[in-house]
Design a protein around this ligand. Structure first.
Ligand code: ADP
Ligand code: ZN
Ligand code: ZN
Length: 674
């Protein structure tokens, strides 16, 4: 009798063993999907990870219901990669399975499984491929960098391309992709954000046409299944352009991974598990294939820059914009002064208003950045100061004017606007703080003639909405683009001469050891959207911290200054890149009990890790979806074995969860949190 160990798409740490009916024995292999019963009624699509003949020591071993294919849908290399992710990020293989396969490949009920199978066979198309078109040539500076990258790969499989915004990094990538494809190798091009894929897809499609597949969450599931299946076929796409989840696609001959905007924190998956960092995981993936990795950015992350300085990664620099256009001039607007002298209209300083006016008259475009969506951050009773908060989370609600609703940005719950204050019956509310909706309203007030577009989570629910906003702005169907961090990342518009940063302080004051690094990245990137094609652009940076080092470093594009100053602090306080962080999160409905359990767990951890353990603390948002949260932070030397750390953590976790008082407690880890 044969048995299989399978993984289920569940956050359970174990594999499950089933019996293999004789008629399936021949075809079943590691990496194949099977349909299995689970519990009393449930049916799941599971992945076989081991076929063996060891009878498990429990009764009532259930047989597999169905074998979905005899050629594995998850390759050996993919499974090894999944295993690495599960181990490094301390999660279950089930968690990785859930993230790695498009939903259409892991249907839940049997009819859906049959249906999907039929459809998947239909959706595979294998036509003849067109030739790669001739490329737009590189400039001298770009050519030099290109040569240096190729040379660097000989000694350093991971190389950093540090090139100022609009220096033509994307053009260099295109030439590299072309070289690898012509050598018969596959290329994976990773982007941090869907908004960006729209523009880059257009640029790459002109060159690589049907050699390229695009993969991200705004595509329909059927489209994602089709790309996945094509990668398994004999004629896979040579180039995959995608966001972080595309590291889970099958490859057979991967030669190069490009991680564009490598500093972007959205490469890290926050929730749910696996909480992986796609850039770091990509390095492991590349290593498995013997492939090279190019990390590109204008503002390297400390981790990567540090590694390049230490000689672990290769380093190539581009210091000039394409056509030698000057980097934008950044003008600081002191908001303290502007407010006190009443030189503001709403969120806009007079300087910024004048600059927008001039740009509009010259028929140029403007980007305005405010990193909050909605209308106001919260509303407040004008009489007693009462602020509506979410019933399930420890946060105030954001007011959205368009829908006239209050929304919780943590759990998504929406509430009707109260017609009077429940505390004092006052009927008037003040809206506090500045969201992108309010910015748009104010702009329409000040510049009634100008046309505006807004890009934030609320206006980009679908793929076409992204494309429409970006295309419309590129075609100058609007004068002013207002947006959250979505407008800061790598977008390439020819005609933008003015960028306005409405509130830099909001970024600076995040309670996080990376807030300065991140502010530098974000503001330098958004500034980089100005003056890309024709002549130097101008950026207005509104802040109450005009004299602070970090604002000066941004204005002077002084990456070095910022890096060295921050690195000293990182070293002194045992933060990355000198130390590795692991955050332990505990959640429970009962706040008091959770407090005790968190103390207990921290004590147990201290017995092993000593002073490396900090906390427990209440995170800034300490209740989400009715669960209270505590966080314990562990700072580990890089020399420590991550396997041993993981073993200790999982052992202590088991001890914790075995206690009857701990019923209802959940524990999860965030390794290398961002
Ligand atoms: P980066 O990725 O460094 O921000 P891009 O590759 O987007 O820079 O280049 C900025 C702009 O300059 C783009 O519009 C791009 O098409 C143009 N450009 C850069 N290099 C070249 C080149 N060698 N030939 C033609 N256009 C170029
Ligand atoms: Zn009130
Ligand atoms: Zn909520």
């Amino acid at each position: 009798m044969k048995y299989v160990d399978v993984i289920l798409p569940l956050p359970l740490h174990d594999t499950f063993t089933y019996a293999v009916p004789p008629e399936m024995e021949e075809g079943i292999k590691r990496g194949c999907r099977v349909v299995v019963p689970f519990g009393a009624k449930k049916i799941y699509t599971a992945i076989v990870i081991r076929v063996h003949d060891v009878r498990p020591d429990f009764d009532n071993i259930k047989p597999i219901k169905e074998l979905l294919e005899t050629t594995p849908v998850v390759t050996e290399r993919q499974l090894q990669f999944w295993e690495w992710i599960a181990k490094y990020y301390i999660c279950s293989m089930g968690d990785v399975y859930k993230a790695a396969l498009p939903a259409g490949l892991k249907p839940k009920d049997k009819d859906a499984i049959r249906e999907k199978n039929k459809r998947r066979r239909l959706s595979l198309n294998n036509g003849t491929l067109s030739d790669i078109s001739i490329l737009s040539p590189l400039s001298d500076a770009q050519n030099k960098a290109y040569g240096e990258i190729i040379d660097s790969f000989d000694s350093h499989p991971t190389t950093l391309l540090h090139g100022v915004t609009s220096s033509g990094k994307t053009e260099i990538y295109i030439h590299l992709i072309d070289k690898y494809i012509k050598e018969g190798k596959q290329v994976l091009y990773l982007l941090p954000e869907i908004a960006l894929t729209t523009q880059i897809t257009d640029r790459l499609e002109r060159v690589f046409s049907d050699h390229m597949g695009v993969y991200h969450s705004k595509f329909t599931d059927a489209q994602r299944v089709a790309v996945y299946q094509k990668q398994l076929s004999d004629e896979p796409f040579q180039l995959i352009l995608g966001v972080r989840s595309s590291i889970f696609l099958p490859f057979n001959n991967l030669g190069l991974i490009i991680v564009d905007e490598e500093h972007e924190t959205s490469y890290k998956q926050q929730d749910p598990a696996p909480r992986y960092h796609a850039r770091n995981a990509a390095l492991v993936l590349a290593n498995m294939y013997g492939a090279k990795t190019l990390l590109g950015t204008a503002t390297p992350s400390f981790e990567v820059y540090h590694a390049a300085r230490k000689g672990r990664y290769g380093y190539v620099q581009l210091t000039q914009r394409y056509k030698d256009i000057q980097l934008p001039e950044i003008q600081i607007v002191d908001m303290k002064e502007a407010r006190s002298k009443r030189k503001m209209k709403g969120a806009f300083s007079f300087e910024l208003i004048d600059a927008i006016q001039d740009a509009l008259e010259r028929k140029e475009q403007v980007i305005l950045f405010q990193n909050r969506r909605g209308y106001s951050n919260f509303i407040e009773c004008k009489n007693c100061g009462w602020v509506p908060r979410c019933e399930h989370c420890d946060v105030s609600l954001t007011y959205h004017k368009k829908t006239n609703q209050l929304t919780c940005h943590y759990c998504g719950y929406t509430y009707r606007l109260p017609d009077k204050c429940p505390a004092c019956e006052e009927k008037n509310f003040a809206s506090k703080g500045l969201g992108t909706e309010k910015v748009e309203d104010q702009i329409r007030d000040i510049f009634p003639e100008a046309t505006t577009l807004r890009m934030d989570l609320d206006t980009t629910r679908s793929r076409t909405s992204y494309e429409n906003i970006i295309n419309d702005f590129a075609e100058h169907k609007a004068d002013i683009l207002i947006g959250t961090q979505m407008v800061t990342k790598g977008l390439d518009f020819d005609n933008v001469s003015i960028v306005g940063i409405l509130d830099a302080d909001h970024l600076l004051h995040q309670p996080d050891f990376r807030s300065y690094e991140r502010t530098f990245h974000t503001l330098s990137q958004v500034a980089g959207r100005a003056g890309r094609k024709h002549r130097q652009g101008k950026v207005f940076l509104q802040t109450r911290n005009a004299d602070s080092d970090i604002i000066q470093q941004i204005v002077n594009n002084d990456y070095w200054g910022m890096f060295f100053q921050q690195m000293t602090e990182r070293k002194d306080f045992h933060y990355p890149p000198f130390y590795r962080l692991i955050d332990v999160y505990l959640r429970h409905r009962d706040n008091q009990l959770l407090g005790h359990l968190a103390d207990d767990m921290a004590d147990r951890l201290r017995q092993v890790f000593g002073a490396r353990v900090l906390g427990p603390d209440c995170p800034p948002v300490s209740r989400i979806q009715s669960l209270y949260i505590r966080k314990i932070m562990i700072k580990i030397e890089h020399s420590a074995s991550i396997e041993k750390v993981r073993d200790v953590l999982t052992t202590i976790q088991l001890q914790m969860l075995e206690q009857t008082v701990a019923h209802g407690l959940t524990i999860h880890y965030d390794v290398d949190p961002m």
